[in-house]
Design a protein around this ligand. Structure first.
Ligand code: SF4
Length: 189
């Protein structure tokens, strides 16, 4: 799991970015082993600047076609790729079955990330993964985010046979926000 989702204060501002019950629920199962890692802390320490991907998504960064820049314009591309490689090494060595990762992060995002600097006046989102999630996916790992509530329901039910799946829950890509935001962008309006 992205370490911040487990309550570890490894966010850029020294916080854990709030409380995510959907992820924390997994910590309560004694049949689940959670491996926690913060790739940005590994490469850049905490606290640190905020960073975002410019010119593409996480897979483009891995392929040398996009960059990771901090909010003040420092190039963190190399450090982010090093962090992704470390995360992949840990995931492989620990034989993880699934990664639960914090969406919108330039490192851990799995569904939606910012398109350029999130602090810009014209901040934009794009569909795509952060650098570390993209490298995990490229290597065959399954990833869901803390807000893929329908997928998490299925996961809870696999772990705990008593858990009744809530059919009302939806994944992030099924939300009205997602559908309307990206439909508008894709149609160029
Ligand atoms: S989203 Fe990922 S990189 Fe950012 S604080 Fe959480 S674990 Fe660290």
């Amino acid at each position: 799991m992205s370490a911040c989702l487990t309550g570890i204060k490894c966010g850029y501002d020294g916080s854990a970015y709030g409380n995510y019950p959907s992820a924390l629920k997994l910590l309560a199962y004694d049949t689940v082993r959670i491996v926690k890692f913060c790739p940005e802390e590994f490469s850049f320490g905490t606290p640190r600047e905020m960073c975002d991907i410019h010119g593409g998504t996480g897979i483009d960064v891995i392929n040398g076609k996009a960059k990771v820049l901090t909010e003040t314009g420092v190039d963190w591309t190399h450090g982010m790729i090093t962090a992704a490689e470390k995360m992949l090494e840990i995931a492989t060595n620990e034989k993880i079955e699934m990664a639960i990762m914090m969406d919108t992060s330039a490192a851990c995002g799995s569904q939606v990330i910012y398109d350029g600097n999130r602090f810009a006046d014209n901040k934009k989102y794009q569909i795509g993964m952060g650098v570390c999630a993209a490298l995990l996916k490229k290597n065959g790992f399954l990833i869901i985010s803390q807000r893929d509530f329908a997928s998490l329901e299925i996961l809870y039910s696999k772990i705990d046979q008593q858990h009744k799946v809530d059919p009302q829950k939806i994944d992030h890509h099924e939300t009205e926000w997602y559908k309307s935001y990206f439909k508008i962008l894709l149609s160029g309006k």
